[in-house]
Ligand binder design. Structure first.
Ligand code: GLV
Ligand code: MN
Ligand code: MN
Length: 427
């Protein structure tokens, strides 16, 4: 047994104790190791971006593990992997739980993987102990979380048709990518669910920040997930000879972009609060040492728990960028790539998670999530709860991302408990 946990026991009305099963720690951690082979990088971690060959191969492995857990995985029209475990009360809506297995370029082995494999582990534990729930359960591996919650937002009805033309990190458009992993965008309407179509949603995830690790707390109970907006920014100047064009005659798109990067950082820091802003990708055209860049394409990302604050920062950035452009005759244009709406978790789900942790003898603390998660799309459909486990050193989206095997097992057991408690508590 990893994690030093005893089975969670509750007194029943009959006076006997109900003992819920625990997950098999060795199995979940060996699945994690096996998944880390798909897209493995020499420096550690993986590049398993959505719609890559590695992503598709990893999904095949995950579906095999689902079958071993007595599940029958299906790929929905949006490309999500979903397996349903029937409940005893056909009038009840399903409880969903899962995460994602796609990674950022040069990412780690824990972001998304832990929650996906823990969800399968919970289902396998239920199968091995003949646990039957009242609600049907749906174990989900969402597609392309890292690109902008594409799979989960298709289900929540937040995915706009125009976004299907966005180019993903794999180089494929979202439309091509969905076809590549077995979906069908012409039928996307059929995957949409509406508010009330789910009884609840849980997601286990690594914290990706350092609060739990620093505070030596076992479990984070997520109070809310930040809203995220991303734009593609095109800066247009004038391409010219780098040797013959005087410094005061230049319309250098890259110089304006450099000033833009500095300005975004300054504007975001000028307001009190935990909001963040990032320019994470820049490409200069034509991209030669002896040519003044005539065009730059970069990204802008803004995040906060309050969507209105994101809008306020964006308005300030637009104004200042126009002034930057005026300094050297360059122009800024913005195309919104996607928006993840900020989402509070449900107080009942928070209590269920905190009680589950306490029942297992684990410490817990409430906290916000500065990272985006599929859970925020699911919050549109029903009560949502998220469970965090410590990220050592608070490092994530990096090959150095690490969570201890015992913390992963703790998280999986809290997920198992939370699903059972929600099954009893939710209608
Ligand atoms: C997902 O990990 C995100 O927060 O970008
Ligand atoms: Mn994630
Ligand atoms: Mn991530």
């Amino acid at each position: 047994m990893i994690g030093g946990l005893a089975a969670s026991a509750l007194p029943l009305r009959s006076g006997r104790m109900r003992v819920d099963p625990l997950v098999t720690g060795e199995r979940i951690n060996s699945h994690l190791t096996a998944l880390s082979e798909f897209g493995k990088n020499p420096q550690g971690g993986v590049s398993r971006v959505a719609y890559s060959d590695f992503d598709r191969a990893g999904r095949t492995a995950v579906m095999d593990w689902m079958r071993a857990a007595k599940l029958e995985p299906t790929i929905d029209f949006a490309g999500n992997i979903i397996a349903r475990r029937p409940g005893t009360d056909p009038s009840l809506k399903p409880i969903l739980f899962g995460s994602h297995i796609d990674s950022v370029p040069e990412g780690g082995n824990y972001d998304g993987d832990v929650g996906s494999l823990a969800a399968i582990e919970v289902a396998q534990t239920f199968a091995e102990h003949s646990v039957t729930t009242r609600h049907p359960l749906e174990i989900v591996v969402w597609q392309n979380e890292e690109g902008g919650l594409y799979g989960s937002r298709a289900v929540s009805g937040q995915l706009l048709p125009s976004e299907l033309k966005n180019v993903s990190s794999s180089g494929k458009t979202i439309e091509q990518g969905i076809a590549f992993i077995g979906g069908d965008v012409s039928k996307l309407d059929q995957v949409k669910r509406k508010k009330g179509d789910i009884a609840g949603y849980f997601e286990l995830h690594i914290e990706q920040g350092g609060n739990l690790d620093t505070g030596k707390i076992d479990i984070g109970v997520v109070e809310g997930i930040v809203g995220i907006k991303q734009w593609e920014v095109t800066v247009t100047g004038f391409q010219n000879h780098a040797g013959t064009t005087a410094m005061d005659q230049r319309h250098d798109a890259l110089l304006s972009t450099a000033r833009f990067v500095e300005m975004v950082n300054r504007v975001v820091r000028s307001i009190p609060g935990r909001q963040v802003g990032t320019v994470g990708r820049i490409q200069a055209f034509p991209g030669a040492p002896n040519v003044i860049p005539g065009k730059v394409i970069c990204t802008l990302e803004l995040r906060d728990l309050d969507d209105k604050k994101v809008e306020t920062m964006y308005a300030k950035i637009l104004k200042e960028a126009t002034a930057i452009g005026a300094q050297n005759g360059t122009q800024f244009a913005y195309v919104e790539l996607h928006a993840n709406v900020a989402a509070p978790s449900d107080p009942r789900m928070r209590k269920i998670i905190a009680d589950s942790a306490a029942g297992l003898g684990l410490s817990s603390r409430g906290m916000p999530s500065g990272a985006g998660h599929d859970a925020q799309a699911m919050a549109q459909l029903g009560p949502m709860g998220m469970i965090f486990i410590p990220s050592i050193g608070g490092i994530s989206h990096s090959p150095k991302e690490f969570s201890r095997p015992k913390d992963i097992v703790n998280g999986a057991n809290v997920l198992l408990q939370a699903v059972l408690r929600a099954d009893r508590a939710l209608s």
